[in-house]
Design a protein around this ligand. Sequence first.
Ligand SMILES: O=P(O)(O)OC[C@@]1(O)O[C@H](CO)[C@@H](O)[C@@H]1O
Length: 412
Amino acid sequence: MPEPAPPPRYGARMTPRAPLPPVLLGDEPGSFPYSVLAERHPAIIRQVAEDTPYDPERRRALDALLEECLHGGIAPLPADAPDHDRWAAWGTDEYRGRSWFEVPWLWSESYFYRRLLDATGWYGPGPWQGVDPFRPAKLAELHAPETDAELAALDRLTGLPAGRRAAALLHGSLWGNRADLGFRLSAASGAAAGTTGAGAPPLVADDSERLWSLLPPPGTGTGTLCLVADNAGRELVPDLLLVDHLLTHGHLGRVLLHVKPHPYYVSDATSADVLDAVRRLAGATGAAAGYGRRLGSALADGRLTVRVHPFSCAPLPYADAPEDLRAEFAAATLTVFKGDLNYRRLVGDRRWPPTTPFADVTAYFPGPVAALRTLKSDVITGLDPATEAALDATGRQRWRTGGTHALIQVRA
Ligand SMILES: O=P(O)(O)OC[C@@]1(O)O[C@H](CO)[C@@H](O)[C@@H]1O
C-alpha cells in the first residue's frame, strides 16, 4: 500500500477558537498522563513478558524498551520497518532523542504500543511475526464467566419491544467501554478506583435522542454507519450486538467497522478479535447464538465490513485524518467513535475547558458524528455548567479518569 501523504500536525483543521488550549504532555509528576508513562507502560511490559514465553532476545528487547521509556531518549523505528516513513512523518523525525515525558502524551502513548510490537517481534521476520502480545489477555476476558453472564442476559431482552431493546443495547455498548485491559491494570493498582459521587449523574451528557433521530427509521435499510471501534472482548461483543440490531431492524443497510490494523493499547480490537467475538457469540447458547449467526452472515455478504486504516493507530487527532478517511466519514449517515482514546483523538488531546461545546470541537468533522465513551482520561468537552459543578463538588477530579462516568455526545 502506498504511504499516505503526511497529515498536517495536531489539529490544523481545528479552528473552534484561537488560541487552542495546550496539548496534554506527560511531564507533570502526579498527573494522569505522567502515571500512564511512568507506571502503566512498565506494568504492560511486565504483563506481556509474563503472558508469553518469549525467547531471550525478545526479553532483552522488552527490557531495553522499558529503560528507554523511563530514562532514555525516543529512538526512531528500524530503517527497514514497513511503516518507518509514515512514523517519520508522524513525528519520530521531530521527537527523536527527546524524553518520552516531554512530547505530546497522545504521541508518546501511541508510539509506545508501536515500539512494543517491535520488541515482541510482531513485524518479523522470525517466529514471533504476527503473534499478538495481548492475545492471552484478550482471550481470557472473552472466555471469562462474566462474559457468559452477559451473553445469558440477552435472553431477557428478547421479549422487549424493539425500541427498548435498542436503548438497552446502546447502553451495553457504551458501558462496555469500561472493558479496557490497559485501564484495568491501573485500576488494579488503585489509580482508577472510585464511585460516582453523590449528586453527579453517571451519564454526564446524554444526546441519545439525537443519536436515534439521525438513524433512518426501522425498515428503510438505507443508512451507512461507520463504527470506529475500541476494545475487543467485552466491549466489542456489545458493539456487535448493537450493530446486529440496527441491521436486522433495517435502520441501516451497511456498517463499516473500523478496527486497528495491529495490536494496540492492549485490548484494542483487530480483525482477528472481530472473528473471535463473532465465533464466541455463535458458539453460545440462547439468543446470543442468533446474534452470532446473523453477524457471520452480515460479514459474509458485506453488510458488515471490517476496515483497518493505518490512521486508526496514528498518534494524531482525527482533525488530521487523511482525505480517503475523511471521504468515508463524509459519506456515512453517522460515524460513532467508541471509547476514551478515540474521544481524545476526536476532540483533540487538549486542556479544554469542560463547557467547550462538543459541536465546536468537532466542527471540522466531515459528517454527523457521535461519541460513546466512559471517562478514563482528563479530556472532556460539552458539559453544561451545572453538571461540571456537580462533578467538581464530589471533591476529587477522579470523575475524569475513574471510568465511573460516561457520555453520549452527538453533533449532527
Ligand atoms: O480508549 P479506551 O480503551 O476507552 O481507554 C484507553 C485508556 O485506558 O488508555 C488511555 C490512557 O492510557 C486513556 O485514553 C484511557 O484511560
